[in-house]
Structure formats: structure tokens, C-alpha cells
Design a binder for this molecule. Structure first.
Ligand code: NAP
Length: 248
């Protein structure tokens, strides 16, 4: 069976690292992005140079029609998806809960939670033996924030990742008899641009002293965990969580 991976939010950070590793591991890869067209094109160029079949597609995971178009495009160009990395995620400026308005809460939950549901739905429709598929694997990129709560920073984001954890548990059980494994990684503090969107680009260096390993993580270290969970080496692993946090 041809290995076809979709990595949502593959233009930067953990998603880009995952896509690069997947290309080297023999997957045909589609990365999605919202704004970073040039960065996505560069990642595709790198994957193609490494000998992989690779494409990029613009799709906001919180927009149902975009998600449908993404999966249909992959059907036509690479073939049906066999591995989904629900990586696209975002957070907003650090603030207390008593400052948050409904518009912000909707954006955070729409992208992190509903986006993951919509992409998984499309993947299950293609992978599940119940729908005539041949099985597959899904990895949700949650966060250790789901267990820590992110007080004074972004409790909304942490709660959204808590929902992603519960979604992982439920979907894993729902589709386990249909040939699909569903797992999650929970990264700790990783050097990517996401901290700048919270208003603190240097956040990893501020908090790294509280990490037992005394350093932040690199996107590639998370990507390795994702690739393992998707691989046949993890064939009896479903509904579980791999914390990639340096012990945090
Ligand atoms: P990042 O560097 O900010 O990259 C985010 C990626 O997601 C970009 O490719 C971005 O596309 C894409 N994206 C954002 N909103 C999207 C939407 N609505 N639809 C589709 N794509 C969207 O973030 P990162 O740190 O690599 O984070 C990746 C995942 O890891 C997220 O789920 C995040 O919550 C999780 N995580 C990160 C950390 C950390 O410390 N970095 C820790 C725990 C969990 P554009 O480039 O087009 O904007």
C-alpha cells in the first residue's frame, strides 16, 4: 500500500520537521498551511530534492470546505491518505481567563479542536475498513499544556488541548476495529514560532530552567515521536500519549 501522509500546518515548526522526516522515510507527503505559501514551497522543494513525492495545499483546518478540498486534492494527486498528522494549532496573546472574550475562545477552539475533528473525519472516511479503506494511522499533536493548564498564559489553549486528548482516547476506541490507530504526542516547550504568537518569542529560554532536562526541545525531536507512532513498529499502540517534554 502506498504510504501517503497529510501534515496539517506543515509550513513551519513541528509540522515542517515531521514532513521532512516523513519524506525521508518513504511517504508521499502533503503539507497544508494558511498563510506561509513561500515557506511551504521551500519545504516541498526540500522533500522533492530528497527524492519524495511532495505537495503543499492552502487550507484553514477550521473551515470545513477547506478541509474537504484538502483531502480531495490529495486523493487526486497522491492517492488516499494513510497517515494523518493533526498538527495545525495556534495560541493567542498571553492573558488571564478574566480578560478573554468569546471571539478569542472561538478561534482557539475552532482551530485546535474542531480542526482536528474535521481532518480526522476525512481521514477515517478514507482509511476505515468500514468505508472500504485499508486502514491507517492518525497522530494528534496535543500539548503537555493539557495537563499543566497554562495559568496566566493561555488556559483556553490548554483546555483545547485537553479536548484533543479526550478526542484521541474516544476516536482511538471508535475506529480500532476498523484498522485505524489514533495516538497523540504532547510536546513540552519546543523552539518554534508559536511562542511569538503568544507575545513572548523568548519563552522557551525563560522556562527551560524548570524543565528537568534543563533545555527546550527541537521540532525534530517531536517529529521522531510522531513518525514512530505512525510506523508499523507501533502496530499494537493506540489511544496512547507520548509526552515529549524533557521530563516536564
Ligand atoms: P508554529 O511554528 O506556530 O507553526 C504552526 C503551523 O500551523 C504553521 O504551519 C501554520 O501555518 C499552521 N496553522 C496555524 N493555524 C492554522 C489553521 N487554522 N489551519 C491550518 N494550518 C494552520 O507552531 P508549532 O510550535 O510548530 O506547533 C505545531 C503544533 O504543536 C501545534 O498543534 C501546537 O499547539 C503544538 N505544540 C507546540 C509546542 C511548542 O512549544 N512549540 C508545545 C506543545 C504543543 P502558516 O505557516 O501558514 O501560518
Amino acid at each position: 500500500m502506498k504510504k501517503v501522509m497529510i501534515v496539517t500546518g506543515g509550513s513551519r515548526g513541528i509540522g515542517a520537521a515531521t514532513a521532512r522526516l516523513a519524506a525521508k522515510a518513504g511517504y508521499a507527503v502533503c503539507i497544508s498551511y494558511v498563510n506561509s505559501e513561500a515557506a511551504a514551497a521551500e519545504i516541498v522543494r526540500e522533500m522533492t530534492a530528497a527524492g519524495a513525492e511532495a505537495i503543499a495545499f492552502q487550507a484553514d483546518v477550521s473551515v470545513e470546505a477547506d478541509v474537504t478540498r484538502l483531502f480531495e486534492h490529495v486523493d487526486r494527486t497522491l492517492g488516499p491518505v494513510t497517515a494523518l498528522v493533526n498538527n495545525a494549532g495556534m495560541l493567542e496573546t498571553q492573558m488571564r481567563v478574566d480578560q478573554m472574550d468569546a471571539a478569542r475562545l472561538s478561534r482557539v477552539f475552532n482551530v485546535n479542536v474542531i480542526g482536528s475533528f474535521l481532518c480526522a473525519r476525512e481521514a477515517v472516511r478514507r482509511m476505515s475498513t468500514r468505508h472500504g479503506g485499508q486502514g491507517g494511522a492518525i497522530v494528534n499533536v496535543s500539548s503537555i499544556a493539557s495537563r499543566l493548564g497554562s495559568p496566566n498564559e493561555y488556559v483556553d489553549y490548554a483546555a483545547a488541548k485537553g479536548a484533543v486528548d479526550t478526542f484521541t482516547t474516544g476516536l482511538a476506541k471508535e475506529v480500532a476495529p476498523e484498522g485505524i490507530r489514533v495516538n497523540a504526542v504532547r510536546p513540552g516547550v519546543i523552539y518554534t514560532d508559536i511562542h511569538a504568537s503568544g507575545g513572548e518569542p523568548g519563552r522557551v529560554d525563560r522556562v527551560k530552567a524548570s524543565v528537568p532536562m534543563l533545555r527546550g526541545g527541537q521540532p525534530e525531536e517531536v517529529a521522531q515521536a510522531i513518525l514512530w507512532l505512525l510506523s508499523d513498529e507501533a502496530s499494537y499502540t493506540t489511544g496512547t500519549f507520548l509526552d515529549v517534554t524533557g521530563g516536564r
